[in-house]
Structure formats: structure tokens, C-alpha cells
Unconditional design. Structure first.
Lengths: 149, 149
DNA sequence: TTTATATAATTGATATATCAACTATTTTTG
DNA sequence: CAAAAATAGTTGATATATCAATTATATAAA
């Protein structure tokens, strides 16, 4: 059976776009914050907005599983961006708190992230952006439907 | 500075789409080929079509760097999907050959991959597909332009 | 034709991804 | 309530990602 090479499919384009964005974004972050990764930065942004998030909930937001999250947060605690303490309401969970060092990151990061986004989307109309979202959502929903069967 | 949470951006949608596709695709591949990964499968597809590819060229096609490629091919050689031998024309390169076991994969995989693609893209028009490609290419070219400066 | 530069691949260090098995707690339910 | 099920998180095993430094070979330039 003959099929298109992966490099000729839209999935390849999707993947190369997000990888390019991640690399670009990481480069700009590294320039001002030596040991900060995109994903660690996202964790800080989410926790800043919703301080009650559990590791599991954060994992969903950044597309990782529990195990990956445990290790990522270990690293962030070790690097002093976060502190972990007991949650007395539910002792299966942790309370995650952003440290002073973490808060400094939250001052530096947003302008850079904003710039990453706007420069990547330069010249793309609101309409195109919404089409993009709509089509991708269709693909995702096709996949979700198929996952169940 | 207040910015949108990552989960509210189109980059999040792009990432979640490709991750969902990868997971879906991997599940279907695993069902017929226990220890075959998507990326290893892609390497086989590319090598099958272009037997002269170097590790470096394959790396570009599957969005990895040389180091990752070296290790991935080590694994594939160890699992007997590929064999590595000297290239006498240029002794910096290897000649990569698909083994019998690798060729069996090449019989099993294409129908599954084809099905992954078509079921993920069900209901999406040719026009939408080309819009998707166009918009993503715009984003990529914005990023490439910025990378240079 | 030597020296410099470029290229292909490897290795070490560190971070991460994924699955499955596991612990420690709730929460549900019979 | 006690047993069963669900939930949050951890750990081990294995694969992978990335950067920087290194080796070996090939090509270009002085």
C-alpha cells in the first residue's frame, strides 16, 4: 500500500509549526531567564491565576501526565520557583506556592510571551485565526470520537 | 502585565491537536505492532522511499536533532528494524538498511496510518485543509523571519 | 598541498514522556 | 460502618530531547 509520506501531510505542518513556535519562544525566554523553560513558565502562569490547582490539573493544562508533572514540579521546587506543602483539607494533594524567585519570573515573562505570540501571528486576520481554531477543533473532535470506539 | 493564559491561545489548540493525533495514532500502531513507535515508523517510511538518506536528513524530516537521531537509530538497530553499515563513498555517513523485520512493519503500517489520517480529517473539506496549511505556513514564516534578527 | 572550514555522527549531562505498578488517602456503596 | 472503588501523587523502566563538546572525515581556500 502506498501512502503519502508523513512530510506531505497536514499533520507534519501542524507539528513543524508548533515546534518552531516552541523553539522560538524558548530562545526568547532563555535570553532573559537562564534556566527557565517554556513549560515551567506556563506552570507559573497557571498557578498564579489559579493558586488552588493540583498537580493533576496542571498536568492537563500543559498536556502532560501525572508522572511527568511530579518530576517537573520536583525540578521547580529544587530550583526554588515553587514550594510544596501539605494540603490539610485533602492529604492526597499538595499545596503549591510560588516563591519570591517564582514571582520575579512572573514579572519578566509575560511581556516576552506576549511578544512571542504577537510576532508569530503578525499579518494573520481575526478571521483566519478563528478558522484555524475551528478546523483544529474539528480534527480533535474526530479523534476523540474515534478514541471511544 | 496581564496576558492570556496559554490555554486560551491558538498555540494551545495547535499543540493539543497534534498531541491528540499522536496519541491516537500510537494507540492504533501499538495494537498491531507491540514495540513500534510512530517516529520509528516514520523513519522506516522515509528510508523506504529514499534509501540514501543520512541520519541527519532523516532528523530534519522527523523534527529531531542529530543527537536524538543517533539514539533513535541505535534503538532501531538494536530492535532489528535497521542495520547500519559503512558508506564507502563518504565515511562520515552510514548506510542504513531496512531489515526483513523492518520490511514486515512496512507492510503492516501503511493501512493503519492511512486510516489514522482519514478518520482524523473526516468531514474537513479540501478547502479547509488548504486554509489550514496556508495559515500555519504564515505562522511558521513569521517565526523564521524573527529568528534571523 | 597544507591549513582552515564544513559536515556527519557520537557522547555526556540534564530534563522530559510514557506506561504500569504502587502508596496513601478519600469517597462511595452495599 | 466496612469493603470496594476512586483519586492524587510517586517511582521504576525505557525512550526521547536538547545543548555543548568531541571525533572523524571531507571539502574549500590560501
Amino acid at each position: 500500500m502506498d501512502i503519502d509520506l508523513p512530510s506531505e501531510t497536514v499533520f507534519h505542518t501542524i507539528e513543524s509549526t508548533i515546534k518552531a513556535y516552541r523553539k522560538f519562544s524558548q530562545k526568547n525566554i532563555t535570553a532573559v531567564m537562564e534556566d527557565m523553560t517554556i513549560d515551567q513558565g506556563m506552570v507559573l502562569l497557571f498557578l498564579n491565576k489559579y493558586p488552588e490547582l493540583t498537580q493533576k490539573e496542571i498536568a492537563v493544562l500543559v498536556f502532560r501526565d501525572n508522572a511527568a508533572m511530579t518530576r517537573m514540579i520536583n525540578t521547580m521546587v529544587q530550583k526554588k520557583y515553587l514550594s510544596r506543602s501539605m494540603n490539610d483539607q485533602d492529604r492526597r494533594r499538595y499545596k503549591l506556592e510560588i516563591t519570591k524567585k517564582g514571582k520575579e519570573v512572573l514579572n519578566l515573562l509575560p511581556p516576552i510571551i506576549q511578544n512571542n505570540r504577537t510576532s508569530s501571528l503578525a499579518g494573520i486576520t481575526k478571521n483566519e485565526l478563528s478558522q484555524l481554531g475551528t478546523i483544529l477543533d474539528k480534527i480533535k473532535s474526530n479523534i476523540t470520537k474515534n478514541q471511544l470506539s
